[in-house]
Design a protein around this ligand. Structure first.
Ligand code: DGL
Length: 253
């Protein structure tokens, strides 16, 4: 099948990487709205417009499935994307993320959870609302916005001392908790998973990509043999996007 993977920038490549490992013979079209990255510091109405415009472009590509590999876009415009894509299934990293956290908490629902994401994702309270609906209000959940991380990651500062210092600042308010689950609710952050691991000793650092793969594996076409050959087509709204480093280097996780 032909699967579109959409993000504001190069974050969704962390999801694409896992999808390719699980579905190596399927074709992927990666669409990064790099002319407009970052989404996470814009207003929800601005983001909605950008996501709707991107979804309309993707619709024309006649894909079999769309993965919204952007938490920010999913929090703001998932239903709009589903409407635009019609019959084509749309998978969201937020739905995958919530399922992942619920599964992990099924062993011990008292485990503290900290959700890290963009300003828009965190202020939408999407994760805490879904999780409390499913697991109850006793859940120990905190949410931390990290607006400086996406620009640094887009810039390729994956191991820069300033990045380490910034992550340390963002995690600091949560280190007094018992170590629990640190959920990376932004697809850019798995690029710097090792930085979070260093800053949060004893915490389990988790993201949604494995669950997205599980969801896609249930797509009716995922097991059928087809004409696809495992090709990736790269599309960026800013044609000058320098993604080669990310394309060639496997993410450091
Ligand atoms: N990678 C995106 C996410 O998962 C958003 C990054 C941004 O554009 O701010 O939220």
């Amino acid at each position: 099948m032909k699967i579109a993977v959409f993000d504001s920038g190069i974050g969704g490549i962390t999801v694409l990487k896992e999808l390719r490992e699980q579905l190596p013979t399927h074709d992927f079209i990666y669409y990064g709205d790099t002319a407009n990255v970052p989404y996470g510091t814009k207003s929800p109405s601005q983001i909605k417009k950008l996501v709707v415009a991107a979804a309309k472009k993707i619709k024309k590509l006649n894909v079999d499935a769309l993965v919204i590999a952007c938490n920010t876009a999913s929090c703001v415009a998932l239903e709009d994307c589903r409407e635009i894509m019609g019959e084509t299934p749309v998978y969201s990293v937020v739905e995958a993320g919530v399922t992942t956290i619920v599964r992990l908490l099924s062993q011990n629902s008292k485990t503290p959870v900290v959700v890290f994401g963009t300003k828009v994702t965190i202020r939408s309270k999407t994760y805490s609302t879904y999780l409390k609906d499913i697991l109850g209000n006793h859940l120990q959940i905190s949410e931390q916005e990290c607006p400086l991380l996406v620009p640094m990651i887009e810039e390729g500062w994956l191991n820069h001392p300033v990045l380490h210092q910034t992550v340390a600042e963002y995690v600091k308010p949560h280190l007094s908790l018992e170590p629990g689950i640190a959920f990376l609710a932004c697809t850019h952050y798995p690029w710097i998973k090792s930085v979070f691991e260093k800053a949060m000793p004893g915490w389990k650092i988790v993201d949604s990509a494995p669950q997205v793969c599980e969801m896609l594996a249930r797509h009716p076409l995922s097991h059928t043999s087809s004409e696809t050959t495992g090709k990736i087509t790269w599309k960026f709204s800013d044609p000058h996007t320098d993604y080669k480093n990310y394309q060639n280097n496997p993410a450091p996780f």
